[in-house]
Write a protein that binds this ligand. Structure first.
Ligand code: DC
Length: 224
């Protein structure tokens, strides 16, 4: 029997979502990318003209707006649907302005409290692969398997760069690298639930592994 609750944490662009989705599909588990909830709150604030530095208003938004993360209803490349107040905002949560502001929003204690409670409720049902920054440490400290997927900032920036170029987009490696470093800094130095491996997490460094090799290693861990 594979573990029922699987937590995968790690820094931005470490490949958590790709690996987590693949694992969930193979096990026929729910894939839950918790970062989309912080992205949804950030989008809500930006869309409503709220200054993201206004912690009180942003926290109220997080408390009062129902955010629903559901299995993908369309095969347009999405890993799940993100529905806010009945509206499908899945692709809006990936916009550059959300990228640029989400670390600030996700550092707010009140926002984290709201999001973690919802995530915990879903995680406790089991048969779930949950991906984020604090799943093994805060949201599901009792998870059956905890993986911390790491990679150097340079490697993660290179992967982002290749992804954008493969889609035919324009990208500047140095700019991507500095954004990756800035998000690492905010995510790992915040007061509440900073990014760090749980004491009992298995740390996987993917710098010298391709996606298939990382997946093979993760499956080994699942099989005990
Ligand atoms: O994984 P991502 O890039 O979609 O995450 C977006 C932001 O949300 C990122 O700044 C870290 C934060 N986050 C978090 O603090 N805790 C989580 N469990 C998931 C994401």
């Amino acid at each position: 029997m594979p573990p029922s609750t699987i937590a995968i944490d790690g820094p931005a662009a470490s490949g958590k979502s790709t690996i987590g989705k693949r694992l969930a599909d193979e096990l026929n588990y729910l894939f839950f990318d918790t970062g989309v909830m912080y992205r949804a709150v950030t989008w809500l604030a930006l869309d409503g003209g709220v200054d993201v530095r206004d912690e009180e208003t942003v926290t109220r938004l997080a408390r009062e707006t129902p955010i629903d993360v559901a299995p993908a209803s369309q095969s347009d490349g999405r890993a799940c649907d993100v529905i806010v107040a009945g509206r499908d905002i899945t692709w809006e949560t990936r916009r550059p302005e959300v990228d640029a502001n989400v670390s600030v929003v996700s550092a707010y204690a009140g926002v984290r409290h709201e999001m973690s409670q919802q995530q915990r409720r879903i995680g406790q049902r089991g048969r779930v692969v949950m991906v984020g920054r604090d799943i093994g440490t805060v949201v599901l400290p009792e998870a059956d398997l905890k993986i911390y997927l790491d990679a150097s900032a340079e490697e993660r920036a290179r992967r982002r760069f290749d992804e954008i170029r493969a889609r035919g987009g324009e990208a500047d490696y140095d700019e991507i690298l500095s954004k990756v470093r800035e998000r690492d800094r905010i995510d790992s130095t915040r007061a509440v639930a900073p990014l760090r491996p749980a004491d009992d997490a298995v740390i996987l460094d993917s710098d010298r592994l391709n996606a298939d090799e990382v997946f093979a290693r993760v499956k080994e861990l699942c099989n005990g």
